[in-house]
Design a protein around this ligand. Structure first.
Ligand SMILES: [Zn+2]
Length: 209
């Protein structure tokens, strides 16, 4: 039996997008999960996981990071990444996010990691990428952008566990790249921003050029 549970994005959704009446939470007949259901037209508003795409942009052994100009995690560093748009491939989304946040034009080399964060309903997909020119600069969502050597990564000032784990996995197999799959599982306690509260469950890795 699934525990009825709705949180995250849909917590802010209160009204039916079809008719404007209030939504309530209940389990539809024939299902076993709580859903958001319109009190008037009975439409069920399903909420499903979203995909976050990003790039590990590498140049001369260094990796590109952006310092966030927006919440959450304003002022913290992270890899360029963001929500996948409709009608967009994951690789296109990763390139777009890099162009928006670091004003950098990049070429995808290979997929690097696909980490599931089930507690917030997100799949984080990252690609290894290289610069197509030397030009980069902070976009409107970034305070600054810079390339870092592995030993200089500001781990204590990094924004999100998903990006931190993607970087760690990259540095662990720098000389023999892999595609990493797994669930980045929060331990259910403590800060969701603290990577020490996470482990990778069912980690699978396969060589990739
Ligand atoms: Zn309705």
């Amino acid at each position: 039996m699934h525990a009825p549970r709705i949180d995250g994005y849909d917590a802010a959704m209160k009204f039916c997008s079809d008719c404007g009446h209030a939504l309530s939470r209940r389990i539809p007949s024939g299902e076993d999960l709580e859903r958001l259901i319109c009190s008037s037209c009975e439409r069920v508003h399903y909420v499903n996981p979203v995909i976050v795409v990003g790039c590990l942009v590498e140049r001369d052994g260094e990796v590109l990071l952006c310092r966030r100009a927006i919440e959450p995690a304003h002022g913290k560093w992270t890899i360029p990444a963001g929500f996948l748009e409709l009608n967009e491939s994951m690789a296109d989304g990763a390139r777009r996010e890099t162009a928006e946040e670091a004003l950098a034009s990049v070429e995808i080399i290979a997929p690097h990691s696909q980490l599931e964060l089930t507690h917030i309903g997100q799949l984080h997909v990252t690609y290894r990428a290289r610069m197509l020119s030397d030009e980069f600069a902070p976009g409107v969502e970034s305070l600054e952008c810079a390339f870092f050597r592995p030993e200089d990564i500001p781990w204590q000032d990094m924004a999100f566990p998903a990006g931190i784990f993607a970087l760690r996995l990259r540095f662990e197999d720098r000389d023999s790249p892999h595609l990493h799959l797994g669930e980045l599982r929060w331990n259910g306690e403590g800060s969701r921003f603290d990577p020490s509260n996470y482990v990778i469950n069912e980690h699978r890795k396969m060589p990739i050029a």
